[in-house]
Ligand binder design. Structure first.
Ligand SMILES: [Fe+2]
Ligand SMILES: [Fe+2]
Length: 357
């Protein structure tokens, strides 16, 4: 006879007969309504595949993505799935998305994708969606609720009424510090969808959100920014355990705002400098972040790489696979209630600059 085990019946059994400790682990999980277990996924981002002409593409960017795919495929045991964090293409062209998609097709395991502004602003995501599916969606995996957002939308006026051609619109948004760009946003429609989606999820369920731009305001001048970040954060804050993982900034950043932990990821294509470097003003890097070293221009792959993300008890540990530098690990510290760099968080341990070989 199959017996349905409920949380109440287990507590009652434990309280009255002392049988709780004899239950197999799988039954306890079932009993407490959670199927949560530790797992890993790989995260590759910002490949910026760029067509030169015809079948000719920028070799350096191709090699970055190929290397990430090859290394991710070597992971044993295999990760549960692969996320691609956006900016697969450089100028949103069909040829670039096809070429990048072909390289990603060699990945073992299920691939899910986030929309980047370089994928979007040529045809407003039309071809990308044909290849990779919806621009925002959610799914559940091993007791964790995952949400993917398209955070790189902007106003209708900028998108539809300002530029004479789609190519020009794409070029204006592609620049890092182009004042003709426009702040990114998730937007009303998608926030309404997010609210509906999250209303169905218990506040105890760990939540991991993927966006391309940071869902926090770092530096507007370079669009390291999402204009409605506070409104999105307000929807996430009621959850006890929330992580946001984002691409776009091409550098290690991490932060904690209330219940929300933030981890940025590196690019396979190139590193951006930290905004402080050029902005000549402080407070443009999240306060917890120990910056990566300045990239060494003599190593074309320096400060690039991919990520292995471990999820332990619903919390994120980002293992940054830096190709020409030391691996960095940023993990949530339950005592401090925020993510910390496992090696370099304490200033006394840091070497400045961290040595290149
Ligand atoms: Fe990018
Ligand atoms: Fe981007």
């Amino acid at each position: 006879m199959t017996r349905l085990i409920t949380r109440r019946s287990v507590i009652a059994a434990g309280a009255t007969a002392g049988t709780l400790t004899t239950l197999p682990i799988s039954m306890v999980r079932l009993a407490f309504g959670g199927t949560r277990e530790d797992f890993s996924f790989t995260y590759i981002s910002d490949a910026h595949i760029q067509q030169i002409k015809g079948a000719s593409f920028v070799r350096n960017w191709d090699m970055g993505l190929k290397r990430a795919v090859a290394e991710a495929n070597l992971i044993t045991p295999e990760a549960d799935f692969v996320m691609f964090g956006g900016d697969l293409a450089q100028l949103g062209k069909k040829e670039e998305l096809d070429h990048g998609g072909e390289m990603l097709s060699h990945l073992k395991g299920k691939l899910r994708c986030v929309m980047g502004e370089h994928d979007y602003y040529f045809d407003l995501g039309d071809y990308w969606s044909k290849l990779f599916g919806p621009q925002w969606y959610s799914f559940d995996h091993k007791g964790v609720h995952f949400v993917v957002l398209n955070s790189i939308l902007t106003t209708d006026e900028w998108t539809f009424h300002r530029w004479p051609t789609a190519e020009q619109r794409m070029l204006e948004m592609a620049g890092l510090d182009n004042p003709n760009g426009s702040p990114f946003m998730v937007g009303d429609k998608q926030r309404a969808w997010l609210k509906d989606d999250l209303d169905k999820v218990s506040k105890d369920t760990p939540l991991i959100v993927f966006s391309h731009s940071p869902l926090q305001k770092i530096y507007k001048g370079w669009n390291f920014w999402t204009d409605d970040a506070e409104q999105v954060q307000a929807l996430l804050q009621p959850f006890k355990n929330v992580s946001v993982i984002y691409g776009h900034v091409h550098q290690i950043q991490y932060n904690q705002i209330g219940n929300i932990s933030f981890n940025a990821v590196m690019a396979t294509a190139w590193p951006w400098p930290y905004p402080d470097t050029y902005a000549q003003a402080g407070a443009h890097v999240p306060v917890l972040t120990v910056p990566m070293n300045r990239a060494d221009p003599f190593f074309e792959r320096d400060a690039t790489g991919w990520q292995m993300i471990d999820v332990n008890s619903g919390r994120v540990t980002a293992r940054y696979q830096l190709w020409d530098n030391q691996e960095r690990v940023v993990a949530y510290d339950p005592k401090l209630g925020k993510p910390v760099d496992k090696k370099y968080q304490e200033a006394i341990i840091r070497k400045a600059p961290q040595q290149h070989y």
